[in-house]
Design a protein around this ligand. Structure first.
Ligand SMILES: Nc1nc2c(ncn2[C@@H]2O[C@H](COP(=O)(O)OP(=O)(O)OP(=O)(O)O)[C@@H](O)[C@H]2O)c(=O)[nH]1
Ligand SMILES: [Mg+2]
Length: 249
């Protein structure tokens, strides 16, 4: 079977959290998936750990499930957005492109459920954005301060951009390769606010996005800091809104 969905895992010094998640992905995803870890300037020692993780996982799983590609390496550290887009740029020949956070906050079964939904979707959506909505049937295990800061950020994004998204920052997104090709020339944001740019560009290009509630569990030892990153992200959001408003498709 040819591989149809390219799943990018943006990675920055996260091998210890990625290791159990990568095993779970290999055990859960079918062979239409290819997994590409996009390293973002983690440094020689961490890259050595990443390479050894990839080769031991390959040995354990053989050729039955998804293909685990050689990690995509880059120096220096450029940000999560840039790492995702570098990965998606490798996606020629795939029908769908996805990314998921390295910590496994959205588990492999949820990634598969979301990908299956977009694949078999009769509504003709071009992109699916995971969303952390507390609702019957879904499990959201998230620290209160993360939830509250996420609501503040989503409200800020909505006021600045008019975007009606409930949760732009969830660590699972899938889109068709065709949709990505349309917006690629306009992609600029390298940092943690890249999801906002992605959403605004897709909308502006007339692509239809569905928000898809997924299960989420916070995994300790994250790198996004409420104090350190929120001002930079707010600045990025205003810059993205200004720039996207000037783009014509
Ligand atoms: N490429 C790249 N990826 C990063 C960087 N910092 C974090 N990441 C990745 O971005 C993803 C999310 O980062 P996390 O550290 O899980 O963020 P968090 O603090 O747990 O925040 P939430 O998951 O949103 O609650 C993971 O896949 C990280 O490896 C970076 O500087 N560059
Ligand atoms: Mg996380």
């Amino acid at each position: 079977m040819t591989h149809q969905t390219l799943l990018i895992i943006p990675h920055f010094r996260d091998t210890h959290r990625l290791a159990p998640f990568l095993e779970e992905l290999m055990a859960t995803l079918p062979s239409r998936f290819a997994i590409l870890i996009s390293d973002d300037g983690s440094g020689d020692a961490e890259v050595a750990r990443l390479r050894s993780l990839v080769s031991s996982v390959r040995q354990n799983f053989g050729s039955a499930g998804p293909v685990l590609l050689d990690p995509l390496l880059h120096q220096p550290n450029t940000g999560k957005g840039a790492a995702v887009f570098r990965g998606w740029d490798q996606g020629a020949g795939y029908s769908r492109l996805a990314f998921a956070d390295a910590d496994g906050a959205v588990c492999a079964a949820e990634i598969l459920r979301a990908e299956y939904y977009l694949r078999s979707d009769s509504g003709g959506h071009d992109a699916l954005f995971g969303s952390r909505v507390k609702m019957l049937g879904r499990t959201i295990d998230r620290r209160l301060h993360r939830h509250l800061s996420g609501r503040v950020f989503a409200t800020l994004v909505s006021m600045a951009s008019g975007l009606d998204s409930y949760d732009t920052q969830c660590g699972l997104k899938i889109l068709t390769h065709a949709a990505f090709t349309k917006i690629r020339p306009h992609v600029r944001c390298a940092g943690f606010a890249f999801d906002v740019e992605l959403c605004l560009l897709l909308q502006k290009a007339g692509q239809s996005i569905i928000e898809f509630p997924v299960d989420w569990h916070d995994v300790a030892d994250g790198k996004v800091s409420l104090l350190k990153d929120s001002f930079g992200m707010a600045r990025e959001v205003f810059e993205i809104c200004r720039r996207v408003s000037e783009i014509r498709f």
